[in-house]
Structures are given as structure tokens and as C-alpha cells.
Ligand binder design. Sequence first.
Ligand SMILES: Cc1cc2nc3c(=O)[nH]c(=O)nc-3n(C[C@H](O)[C@H](O)[C@H](O)COP(=O)(O)OP(=O)(O)OC[C@H]3O[C@@H](n4cnc5c(N)ncnc54)[C@H](O)[C@@H]3O)c2cc1C
Length: 491
Amino acid sequence: MEDAVIIGAGPNGLAAAIALAQAGASAVILEARDEIGGGIRTAELTLPGFAHDVCSGCHPMGVLSPFFRTLPLAEHGLRWIYPPASVAHPLDDEPAALLRRSVHETASGLGEDGRTYEKFFAPFLRRPHDLLADLLGPLRIPRHPIRLARFGLPGLLPAAGLFRARFGGRPARALLAGCAAHSILPLEWPLTAAVGMLFALTGHMVDWPVAAGGSHAIGRALASYFRSLGGRIETGRHVRALADLPPARVVLFDTSPAQLADIGGPILPAGYVRRLRRYRYGPGAFKLDWALDGPIPWRDPRCLEASTVHLGGTLDEIAAGEAAVWRGEHPERPFVLVVQQSQFDDSRAPAGKHTGYAYCHVPAGSIVDRTEVIERQVERFAPGFRDRILARRAMRTTDLQSDNPNYVGGAISGGVADLWQFFTRPVTRLDPYSTPNPRVFICSASTPPGGGVHGMCGYFAARSALRRLERLPERLAPLCRSKYPPLAMVW
Ligand SMILES: Cc1cc2nc3c(=O)[nH]c(=O)nc-3n(C[C@H](O)[C@H](O)[C@H](O)COP(=O)(O)OP(=O)(O)OC[C@H]3O[C@@H](n4cnc5c(N)ncnc54)[C@H](O)[C@@H]3O)c2cc1C
């Protein structure tokens, strides 16, 4: 019998499995697809020789993750490629704003707001990894409470209000609004400022990298390291019921709360299952991948220096677009997130050619084709772009969900991360990774700290499971032993 079985080989399932194996637990991952990775896969979606990231494309959280940073992933084949800038944010009648690693250089492109911008970020850049470690986890007593409070108090505010109040010019407001739009929330909602500040902060810690060869390299390195610790991964193993699981002492679900309810329902209290079913997933995404005849012809050519390009013009326009999506509408000028991997990694496309990657947010379950509006947004800032398209592939919310059942309604980051659900995902519990059944855990992006390729959900879920498995360091074991006697049952 295994100590642990993990359902799903996404970044969080792999991280959980590694943390368990590092502690000496035997672990097996069951993955539904024929390949591992979940949100970190790469495939020829358009033409032969064009390698597209199916889901995640750019990895500030991957490279800065407090857990991944401790793993020997380079020895297992992962190489990050760093661009000269993290984000470019083109504007209609003026130069693009660029998020660069140097706060000073970034600020110097923000006109009248330059000094305010530098002063605003300076405190967070003293020991930023400490701050990140407190931010990327469940609600708990922080290690650096003053640092966290300094960040968290303004962060609790709505992005639109905070950035309008702090900055007077269009470039600074727009740059930070684009970062805040990663929250997939209306920018008038509390906590969206924290998302904008966090993404900008990561851009000052590291130039947002892409993975050499494709995002699948991240999953392959995690899997290779896990196997080197004695772990096993079985692909083509779609778990639909408890009967599909091998005997194990604990099971960790790298799945949506809905799947935890469906599969684990028979061994979970009805009240807990009801709360899982009330989980909110929020808007979805419509994604486009292009095979291109050349680089994107940005009007401001400096946009080619950034791995990520935020399209949506001003803060007001981005805020209006994101709010419309939440009202169930499809805005004419949506916020569009572009990643240009092949600009920095020439293994992604044949010589002289390029890949393009973009998505916009859409109402949950939308089947509306957003190809035209996305391409219009790119064309607005890169005239002549359409002439470079050799082939395209679109993914609607329904395609995303059939590709991976975790993307419920096309939601790409594990569910709504508003003020309430950010801290209580998937349900309100002191230990959100645990369930009322001491042998069942959830480790997906639907737990804190939420979406993104950082593995922290998996890491914290594994710690929770290890407490039950009594494999934590000796000084902590007595605490666990008294509460949870060893389990040696089979399903
Ligand atoms: C279009 C898109 C763009 C994104 N862009 C970025 C980005 O640029 N940067 C970033 O950091 N993040 C990005 N993300 C988010 C990121 O990919 C996810 O937050 C992350 O992958 C979540 O990891 P996870 O391990 O929780 O789940 P997943 O990555 O979803 O993995 C879950 C795994 O479990 C498997 N599984 C599910 N159910 C079962 C079952 N019943 N039985 C067996 N196996 C099962 C799935 O097949 C999958 O392999 C993006 C996501 C999408 C969709």
C-alpha cells in the first residue's frame, strides 16, 4: 500500500508528490491524460514545428516560488529564459509603458509618476522573498507581519481606486491596471490592488521568464525529480470514483472542488460536499494561438523586449472590460494578455517564424468566438499583425474544460479569488487543504494561494497530509500523533 496517492499531475499535484516523497512517504500520481503537466503542457497546436504553450506561458511565480526555488530543477532539465523586460503595455498615442526589473528604469518611463512609483515600490523590494513567502500560502501567522501589513493594507483596496489616487498619468495607471487584471476580478473590487502590486513586484524581482522548449519542461523537470525520489506516475488513469484508486493511507486531489465532491462524496460529510458545490469558479478565458510569419509588428518596437504584453489601453478601459465580463457581457475592447515565447526561445518555431499566444476573459461557459476582437486589439497596437498570421487555433471555455476538468466553465486559475474566497478556498477551514475525512486532501489551485504555476498549493497540502502521516520532523510528530492515529485502512 502506498502512503499517498495523488490525483492529477498538474504543477500542484507534482509539488505535493515531491514534498511527500522528500519526507520519505511513498507516493503515486494518477494522471487522466496521456501526458503529465496539466496547466504546463506544450503542443503543436497550429502547424508542424510551432510549439505552443497550451495553458500557462509565462512564469514569474514558477521561478520565484518559495518551494520550487528549493528544488534541483535545473539538474532535471529546466532552463528559464529571461527576456529584457517582463511586461510591455502599449498605449494609443504615446510610448508603451515597460515593466523592467529595475524600478528606476521602469519609473523613468512613467513620466510625472516616476518618483511616486519608485517610492511606492521601494519598501516592498527590501527582502522581497520574505514578503512573497508570506503572501503565497494559506491564512496563517505571518513570519514578517510588519512587511506584510505594509503591503497588505493598500493591497486590500480596489486597484482602480488605489492606482487612480496614487498616480496621475496614463502610463503608470495602465501598467498597474494590466497587472491587476490578472486577478480576473472587476478592478473596483477589494484586494485587486494586491494582485496588481504583486505582479509588478515580481517584475522587479525577476524578468518574467519562459521555459526553454515550452512550459512542458517545468512539468518534466518536476516529474523527473519526483521519480528520482522513488515516486511513480501513471498516466491514462482518469479517476472517476474511489474504486479507481489503489490502496493508500491518504489521497490528495489536484482537482476542482466539484471533482472532489463527485469522487470523494461517498466518504465525505454531506455538509462539506454541499459547501464544495457552492464554490465559485468565476469567468473563463478564450485563448488563441497563432503561427506567425514574423514577430508581432508592434508600433512601439520596445514591446518585443517583453515576454508578456498587456493590451487594453488605459486603466479606465481595462476596468470597464473586466467589469463587463463579470456582468456576463463580451466587451468590444477586452483586456488581452499576449505572451511572445518565440521572441526569446528560438526552439518554439522554425527559423524566421514565431508563435503568438493570447487570451481574454469571458463569462463562465461562454461559447462566443472572440477571435475577431482579440486580433483587433493586437492590430490596434501592432498594425499589420493580421498579415503575419499563417494559422491559428482557438480554445473556447468549453474546449478548456474538456481539455482539463479543473477549468470549470473555462476558469483558468482555480476559481474566484475575491476577498472572501481568497482566504476560504475551497471552503472555510482552519486547514483548507484538509477535509473532514482525515485521509482526504485537496491540493489544487482551488486552495490557497490560488492560481498560477508555483506549486505552493501542493506543497502546503502535502505538509497537511504529512502531519497526518506522522512524517513531519520529530519535534512536531507528537502534536500530530495525539490528534490523528495512524491510518492503515484500504478504500
Ligand atoms: C489558458 C491559460 C493560461 C494560463 N497562463 C498562466 C501563466 O502564464 N502563468 C501561470 O503561472 N499560470 C497560468 N495559468 C494558470 C495555471 O496553469 C494553473 O493555475 C495551474 O496549472 C494550476 O495547477 P494545478 O496543479 O492546480 O492544476 P492543473 O494544472 O489543472 O492540473 C490538474 C491535473 O489533474 C488532472 N486531472 C484532473 N482531474 C483528474 C481526474 N479525475 N483523474 C486524474 N487526473 C485528473 C488533469 O488532467 C491535470 O493534468 C494559465 C492557465 C490557463 C488555462
